[in-house]
Design a protein around this ligand. Structure first.
Ligand code: CDP
Ligand code: MG
Length: 739
């Protein structure tokens, strides 16, 4: 039986305390703590920058709350722990649970993480703290890498995605006594799915305890979500009372001074370089620097600029610059944790990966550009965009907190104080701003019948569901009863690719197309988060290189050519040379090779036979139609294109190889927005294929209309030829920033 000091001291022997009084007393304490947490920002003045806020915390918090945490876990079925990043939630709580006997009789403590790198690095850290070998008492399970031991493992760190997958084999998650869902403030789509699934699971497995951790203070909605009385549907009797408690934990280790710019900056990458150089060159500033940018391109630009600005060898040798973004191979990401020699200072240039789920020791300075890149689905147009948008105040607070781990820290926010005040308090959860088709597919695979009634913390609107269902139906992933189809729906889940790419790859195995070998390559290249060409060059230079490597049929074949040429070279020196000759990004291509290897292994596991009808470019283009038929566009007299589905005007991206010949009909796999909507990866298609391969979508009528217009198109083409020069000039003026 588990009993705890805290319980005895606070409530145990006091006869006057009825259960209800105990609860009230408890809630009062928590309310006070919550208020203190909300008030923990002070404002002051300081030279250089405009002013500063200061947080003053005294000591490492979780340790003193051990008994309190254990008391709550024992007495409530769900505990929501709210504590700052770096307080010890992820590393300490699971260890306390093991000590208290929650990992006996073959049960485990499971901890889900939003990211791979967090699951791996924290499992290693905890194994070290517990003095055990990683993979024994403490293990991790991430995609393609599971080192947990069936018998020995007591604490299992895993990604949200892995835990969701596990539900397929162990629907009640009976392997775990306690599940900790960590860092839910990030509100990734996987976290939201997981919370919804756990709500269902606990009705059938009420013994499963939950610990939900978050670094922000919106805890009530989560607590309420998991609070319910489960009744027997037949007898209406209460069979389980699922209770929930919020635990506010105060404090952080060291204070962090926050600085704001006096004046707005126009280019935050350049400003971040300036501030970094100032810190490096200030004699009294020691310690590592963490810079937050939005993605691979900006991170690479930052590194390039700062390297050009180093003065002399001493500066160069005493600094270690480390990029950190999710598209970077995991080994390279893990570099940030390696201790450096004492005289070498680390400059970590990261996306929001380093915001809350991982701790990089030694960071004293944070430079926050206050932007991040998010997926945003434009429901009206039906495009998914990657947009760079300001972060929320809550996220900025997390980022600043990364500076105060080892000593008093400093955070430089690259905006004015007035601008900062205008930021939203919290970010919009991913589930409210993304294309829901992958989400629906995931739930369907898990056997959730009516997805629109699946309980979530926040419900997306009906229109978003309707759009996604329509898309899945058109792709033949679901049937008219909204069930997964045998021939496509049930199979593509195993690829772990974005839905359309999954359909594309699967269809390429059919004899009609016979191009799965090439599609494995193309899907790997299209899954990359970063760009294939190096970002520092203007579109014209990239286009020149593309012409050397490319195929006139379009960018998709060009991508395949690039991959094959790169992969053909075996030495890293030759690969490096190839990339610098053609302005290619070697990191992206290395990543593509990895994804390709993983996909090939998966295809083999599924027993699919890879086919290769060499040089059958038409086969590849026809296969593209089976997945991207919604993305077909027709040339307009002014050189723009009009999407056949929703009549939206789109433009060829200046780096598209089709800028040479402007074909009448094109198919694209991606739209990016800068000043206009640009189709980025584009290939030529024959409109006949649309009727042949996607007749269910393009009813005869619609295409006939388009064909009737064909006469007009010839006129349009002539018109275009006449105005070509003017159109080209217009294009040159348009500064395309890419993603
Ligand atoms: O989960 P939470 O953000 O509350 O904190 P944590 O990840 O459990 O980390 C607690 C403390 O452990 C940090 O403040 C660091 O001092 C230390 N830690 C570390 O130095 N290196 C790691 N890889 C993980 C944690
Ligand atoms: Mg954590």
């Amino acid at each position: 039986m588990r009993t705890f000091e805290f319980k005895k001291k606070q409530f145990g022997n006091n006869q006057a305390n009825s259960q209800e009084q105990q609860k009230q007393q408890w809630q009062e304490i928590q309310k006070q703590k919550k208020q203190r947490k909300e008030e923990d920002i002070l404002v002051g003045e300081r030279g250089g920058f405009q002013g500063f806020d200061q947080w003053d915390f005294k000591e490492l918090p979780i340790v003193q709350h051990k008994q309190e945490i254990l008391y709550c876990v024992e007495n409530y079925s769900c505990v929501v722990v709210i504590a700052e990043t770096g307080s010890g939630k992820t590393t300490k709580i699971p260890q306390y649970l093991v000590e208290a006997g929650y990992a006996i009789n073959g049960k485990k403590i499971g901890v889900s993480q939003p990211r791979r790198i967090a699951a791996i690095s924290i499992a290693n850290r905890v194994a070290q703290e517990m003095g055990c070998i990683i993979g024994q008492e403490v293990g991790y399970s991430v995609r393609f890498d599971d080192n947990c031991d069936e018998e020995l493992t007591q604490i299992k760190y895993m990604t949200d995605g892995m835990l969701i997958n596990q539900i397929l084999n162990d629907p009640l998650l009976s392997e775990y006594s306690v599940l900790m869902i960590d860092d839910i403030h990030e509100r990734s789509i996987n976290t939201d799915i997981l919370l919804g699934l756990l709500k269902k699971i606990r009705r059938k497995n009420p013994q499963l305890k939950l610990v939900i951790s978050s670094a922000t203070i919106d805890a009530e909605s989560i607590s309420t979500f998991f609070q319910e009385r489960v009744t027997d549907p037949k007898t209406n009797q209460v069979i389980a009372n699922l209770t929930s408690q919020i635990l506010y934990i105060e404090g952080r280790q060291f204070p962090v001074d926050i600085y704001y710019l006096k004046e707005t900056t126009r280019n935050y990458v350049v400003k971040a370089v300036q501030v970094t150089l100032e810190i490096i060159r200030a004699p009294d500033k020691k310690g590592d620097i963490l810079i937050f940018l939005t993605g691979q391109e900006e991170i690479e630009a930052f590194i390039e600029i700062i390297q050009k600005n180093f003065i002399g060898d001493a500066e160069r040798q005493n600094l270690k610059i480390l990029p950190l973004y999710s598209g970077l191979p995991l080994e390279d990401q893990m570099e940030v944790f390696k201790p450096s020699e004492s005289y070498v200072r680390k400059i970590i240039v990261s996306t929001n990966i380093a915001e809350s789920s991982i701790t990089i020791s030694g960071v004293v300075y944070v430079i926050d550009t206050l932007f991040h890149k998010i997926n945003y689905y434009d429901f009206k147009r039906g495009f998914e965009n990657l947009l760079v948008v300001p972060i929320s105040k809550a996220a900025a607070k997390q980022r600043a907190g990364r500076a105060g781990r080892v000593q008093r820290g400093e955070c430089y926010r690259l905006c004015t104080k007035d601008q900062f005040v205008q930021l939203y308090d919290n970010s919009t959860p991913e589930i409210l701003r993304c294309d829901l088709s992958t989400f629906i597919l995931q739930l369907k695979t898990l056997g959730v019948g009516d997805v629109t009634n699946f309980e979530l913390l926040q419900q997306p609107n009906e229109n978003a569901y309707a759009k996604a269902l329509e898309q899945l139906f058109a792709l033949k992933v679901i049937d008219k009863y909204c069930n997964l189809t045998q021939e496509i729906g049930h199979k593509i889940c195993d690829f772990n690719l974005e839905t359309k790419l999954g359909v594309l790859l699967l269809n390429s195995f059919k004899d009609d197309f016979g191009c799965s070998q090439q599609m494995l390559v193309l899907c790997s290249m299209l899954s990359l988060q970063g760009q294939v060409f190096y970002n520092g060059f203007d579109p014209a230079t990239i286009l020149k290189q593309k012409k050397k490597l490319g195929a006139k049929e379009g960018d998709h074949i060009t991508l395949i050519n690039i991959f094959l040429a790169f992969n053909h070279l075996k030495s890293s020196q030759a690969r490096q040379g190839f990339c610098s000759d053609h302005k290619l990004n070697i990191k992206s291509l290395n990543m593509a090779v990895k994804i390709h290897d993983q996909l090939c292994k998966q295809v083999k596991r599924m027993g699919l036979k890879v086919n290769n009808s060499e040089d059958d470019i038409e086969g590849i283009l026809r296969a593209l139609v089976t997945a991207f038929f919604m993305n077909v566009a027709q040339l307009q007299p002014d050189g723009s294109y009009r999407n056949l589905r929703n009549k939206e005007i789109l433009y060829l991206h200046p780096t598209s190889i089709l800028n040479i010949n402007f074909p009448q009909w094109v198919i694209y796999s991606e739209v990016v927005f800068s000043t206009k909507y640009y189709m980025r990866e584009v290939s030529e298609v024959d409109p006949k294929w649309l009727l042949e391969l996607a007749s269910h979508y393009f009813e005869d009528q619609r295409l006939k209309q388009a064909e009737q217009k064909h006469g007009k198109e010839i006129i349009a083409q002539n018109e275009y030829e006449k105005n070509k020069q003017k159109i080209e000039e217009e294009k040159q003026k348009d500064p395309v920033m890419g993603r």
